[in-house]
Design a protein around this ligand. Sequence first.
Ligand code: HEC
Ligand code: HEC
Ligand code: HEC
Length: 141
Amino acid sequence: MKIYNKGPVFLGIVIFLALALFPFYNNFGKANKKLDIKTDTPAILEYEKVNGKKECVEPKAYMRGEHMVLINNWRDAVVRDDNRGYLSSTGKRWNMSLQNGCMQCHSNKKKFCDECHNYMAVKPFCWDCHIQPVEKEETQS
Ligand code: HEC
Ligand code: HEC
Ligand code: HEC
């Protein structure tokens, strides 16, 4: 079988991928430039004072990529198994709750969750049912 056709096919694939992925990295680049999320809420600063460092329930890189999966698992654990204790990969225990877990620390929903979701153009529907944290003006600085 002749393989003289390989070049054009390969080029075709590259062009296809470039077009298919364009909306993603175009959006991502913009997000990187302007994204300004704050992790300086009262609860987080208090945690830092007590524990000597800022910390999420899992390492930051994991949270950035996988928090949607994590909260889904949390919901299933609570709703199906009535289990509210989460043991993290670093051996810490956390309260599995959106309102009394995530949003306790990330009480600045607008400058954190919404800020990133807006730039990434995703719109979780969670707040139709779950209560949004009350935002305090001083966290807007
Ligand atoms: C004990 C307080 C605390 C709790 C509870 C908590 N977080 Fe975090 N979260 C933090 C801190 C502090 C950071 C920044 C960590 C760092 O800079 O290393 C962070 C980082 C993140 C990030 C990554 C942000 C980035 O810069 O990419 C996401 C996403 C996130 N948290 C979502 C959640 C979700 C969802 C939950 C609940 C499942 C949750 N967090 C629970 C304190 C918390
Ligand atoms: C650093 C950016 C960033 C931060 C901060 C962030 N998210 Fe997200 N979130 C995303 C991205 C990107 C997606 C879409 C992922 C996908 O579609 O695979 C997403 C998706 C989700 C989803 C799933 C939505 C769906 O329709 O599937 C939930 C739920 C969610 N985020 C909750 C939160 C909560 C709660 C916070 C604040 C505590 C938060 N996120 C903070 C980037 C972020
Ligand atoms: C139709 C209403 C509704 C919507 C929409 C909804 N939930 Fe829930 N969620 C509930 C109910 C009801 C419970 C059970 C409450 C309990 O047992 O404490 C629950 C429990 C949870 C729990 C565990 C308990 C707790 O205190 O947080 C998590 C985590 C959770 N939901 C996350 C989410 C996320 C993330 C979204 C968005 C992707 C979402 N939910 C959308 C109704 C809803």
